[in-house]
Design a binder for this molecule. Structure first.
Ligand code: SAM
Length: 312
């Protein structure tokens, strides 16, 4: 199904919990800022995914919070993989991945993104609040044995980890992962916050540099972004740059809808004012046709956050 801007909604990003075992100071928490624990049950997630499938959505990504703190995540993935035939993936901080990777693979997980903002233990502690870098690294090595691709999510932060870009490229080529260098993101009303001004750095300069040194630039059709492929110390390195801020092209290529952990459809990561309740009508006895209509309503509420006419 297409939204009012002609964008086909192809995937759903499901937050399965707001709980997390890390406390990354910059985290946008997938746009969930309220403390509540009314998490959807596996069978409720399954029912919502079946409705999404009727609208042509064939890809799901689980996120959070930290999806692996849910004891029933393998069950959730298994139910999803019976419905979503194009992609079932998950974004994780990796701290618990070594333990769950094999079970997740057997349950039908196809791909994984692992957050890794630094390779230095002391800095990892500063960013996340816990000394668990080794667990993440172990999780990455386990993941590459089972999934392809494994992507590393590296959020670029000025004065904090911008000196580690080359080390991360080396690490991703050593491990056979794809490195995603992600721009720190915030809604307009937070752009003037001290925190954002201190750490935000547009990764465009890295993109321009990679453009010069890459052996090949491949266009990633799936995400509408370039992938820079080059030889790094005799091994292949693959790097993608994700630049959402003030990027109307990024928004125009957005084909996803989100679902909060307490069952609200969320048309845009950066907006909290147009959520559509799905879980409470469902628990109050709504039938599938009624839920389908709510889904359609949420899709029709989608609009690009960064529009060309609003950009200076
Ligand atoms: N706990 C999981 C994890 O760490 O991957 C899933 C949730 S986390 C919110 C999903 C991704 O969003 C992570 O890769 C994280 O680095 C990224 N992220 C969090 N806050 C961000 C921000 N303000 N700007 C850009 N990316 C952010």
């Amino acid at each position: 199904m297409k939204d009012r801007y002609g964008r086909e909604v192809k995937s759903i990003r499901v937050s399965v919990t707001e709980r997390c075992n890390l406390k990354c100071f910059y985290c946008h928490r997938e746009g969930e800022w309220h403390e509540h624990v009314n998490e959807m049950k596996p069978e409720e997630i399954e029912r919502i995914l079946r409705i999404a499938r009727r609208l042509g959505i064939r890809k799901v990504k689980f996120t959070g919070g930290e999806p692996l703190v849910r004891g029933d995540i393998v069950d959730i993935v298994s139910r999803a993989s019976a419905i979503m035939d194009k992609d079932v993936s998950l974004t994780t901080n990796g701290t618990l991945l070594k333990k769950y990777a094999r079970e997740l693979k057997d349950a039908g997980l196809m791909r994984v993104n692992i957050s890794l903002d630094t390779l230095r233990e002391e800095k990892y502690l500063r960013i996340t609040g816990l000394p668990l870098l080794k667990n993440v690294i172990d999780g990455i090595y386990e993941a590459v044995e089972l999934f392809n691709p494994v992507k590393l999510n590296f959020v670029l932060m000025k004065g904090l980890n911008d000196d580690e870009v080359e080390d991360l490229i080396r690490f991703s080529s050593d491990t056979g992962t794809v490195l995603q260098i992600i721009e720190l993101e915030a809604p307009v009303e937070r752009e003037k916050d001290d925190f954002f001004r201190k750490y935000h750095l547009n990764p465009k300069f890295i993109e321009e540099h990679l453009e010069q040194v890459a052996e090949r630039v491949v266009y990633n059709e799936l995400h509408h972004r370039k992938r820079f492929v080059f030889d790094f110390s005799g091994k292949k390195a693959e790097v993608e740059i994700v630049r959402p801020m003030h990027n109307s092209e990024f928004c125009m290529n957005c084909t996803r809808i989100r679902l909060t952990s307490d069952g609200k459809l969320k048309p845009c990561l950066l907006r909290d004012d147009n959520l559509v309740e799905l879980l409470s009508p469902m628990r109050n006895g709504a039938n599938d046709e009624e839920l389908l209509e709510l889904f359609k309503r949420a899709i029709m509420l989608r609009e690009p956050y960064w529009k060309p006419e609003n950009l200076k």
